[in-house]
Design a protein around this ligand. Structure first.
Ligand SMILES: Nc1ncnc2c1ncn2[C@@H]1O[C@H](COP(=O)(O)OP(=O)(O)O)[C@@H](O)[C@H]1O
Ligand SMILES: [Mg+2]
Length: 265
């Protein structure tokens, strides 16, 4: 009996939470010309994994994430969340944009509380407590009454992260969240995300990070998908079998970086 329970658990772990199935996408310009951005792409994001997707600028990464979050309807193909079609934004899937988007006239706390507006049966007081606890988690205790304009870029990105996590999403999609930060701030935010992942009671189950930065992807991901240049297709997959935190100067790290660069070129 025991072995079959274990086998069942393994099987659950090995099933995808979010699937991209034969997705193609083209943008149509006003003059009617077509820009093909994604060509017949399929990928699976598994329960509990941190998946990295790396591709050059303009390869279609942001478009892919918007499709996965239900913000863009693909020209062809579909996205499945737990086997059901995603036809629009859902609280189960959170997307962190490259540029932190915050309402400047709301405080940090109010910006995070806003994400809870869609949650049913939650009082204002509960919203406050929850938002505060997520701000504490991302290292922003004491800044709840500040306005976004008073924060550094790294702090804004932390607010965005708290807002993305406060609804307990199953899936967190991140679009180059470190690319507009100075290098030191990026290091501490990456570490923060790693630590959040180790928190067992914390959402989300699965994370997908897209970036053009190969080192950043190797530092954080369990598995990496490499995209071709536009139209994006999957050029290959690399599993990163290294403990964390990962030393960027280790030879092992560089073998992974090289393997990915080879697939990209
Ligand atoms: N709404 C849009 N309308 C027309 N073209 C777009 C739109 N969004 C993105 N593109 C184009 O699609 C291509 C891929 O963009 P994007 O997904 O942002 O790539 P990446 O995130 O990998 O840099 C680019 O050439 C971009 O100019
Ligand atoms: Mg982009």
């Amino acid at each position: 009996m025991k072995t079959s329970a274990v086998a069942e658990e393994k099987e659950l772990d090995a099933s995808p939470i979010l699937q991209v199935v034969n997705v193609s996408h083209s943008f149509f310009t006003k003059k009617g010309a077509v820009l093909e951005v994604i060509r017949n792409m399929s990928l699976d994001l598994y329960y509990g994994e941190f998946l990295g997707v790396v591709g050059q600028s303009g390869s279609g990464k942001t478009t892919l994430l918007k499709i996965m979050a239900g913000l863009i309807k693909p020209t062809d193909g579909k996205v499945l969340y737990k086997g059901k079609a995603v036809n629009g934004p859902t609280p189960a899937i959170s997307l962190v944009f490259q540029e932190p988007v915050l309402f400047p006239w709301l405080t940090v706390l109010e910006n995070v509380m806003l994400a809870l507006k869609r949650v049913e049966n939650i009082s204002k007081e509960e919203m406050k407590i929850k938002a505060q606890s997520f701000l504490d988690m991302v290292g922003l205790s004491g800044f709840e009454n500040s306005y976004p304009g008073e924060l550094s870029g790294g702090m804004k990105q932390r607010v965005v992260l708290a807002r993305a996590l406060v609804t307990n999403p199953d899936v967190l999609l991140m679009d180059e969240p470190f690319s507009n930060l100075d290098p030191l701030t990026a290091v501490s935010l990456r570490r923060e995300i790693d630590l959040l992942r180790q928190h067992e009671t914390l959402p989300p189950s699965s994370v997908l990070l897209v970036s053009h930065n190969v080192e950043e992807i190797v530092e954080l991901s369990d598995r990496v998908l490499v995209l071709t240049s536009r139209p994006a297709q999957i050029a290959g997959e690399v599993k990163i079998d290294m403990g964390k935190p990962r030393d960027r100067r280790s030879p092992r790290f560089y073998e992974y970086v090289d393997a990915i660069f080879t697939l990209m070129s």
